[in-house]
Design a protein around this ligand. Sequence first.
Ligand code: ZN
Length: 200
Amino acid sequence: MSSLIACHDCDLIQRLPHISEAGTIQCIRCGAVLHQKIRNSIERTLSLTLAGLVLFGLANTFPFLAFKIGAQVRQTTLLTGIQELYAQGMPELSVIVLLTTVLVPFAQMICMLYILLPLKFRRIPIKLPQVFRFIRHLQPWNMMEVFMLGILVSVVKLAKMAQIIPGVALFSFLALIFVMAAMTASLDSHLIWEKWDEKR
Ligand SMILES: [Zn+2]
């Protein structure tokens, strides 16, 4: 089956040829990449999503950072850190951090699982287009790397005052950033729409 596609660069509408192997399709007029076919896109994205969920679990249960001042050790987790922001009179900021570093990434992975798991077994999940579009809308709200940058800056500033011990959650969180980026990159969105079209 072939579908019509408009070139992102020159707007030429053309028929997309069906390719079974991994590769790229270029615009016949300007040479821009119209579609990049990724080998085993569904399986690859699915396994990255599952790995992401495991890392997410670790990042939210284990200690994130520990501060040691003299004999006193204070441990924080991602969620207690957010609670702390709320307690210190920054409710808006705590909500934003909760949303952009915990809720949005979790929702992204759950929605991805909801779409990919049935597709893997040749089934079409209910409301696939809505859920798939929802994932795209969530994407800009995932700001884990911004949060990580903030953590790094504060760690550097605090290093003079206290000894800082990174926890399991910090490394899991860092790995999760890369896994989620790979998850987004390995998803062949054209393939999802193709499957949706076939079964309709
Ligand atoms: Zn073009």
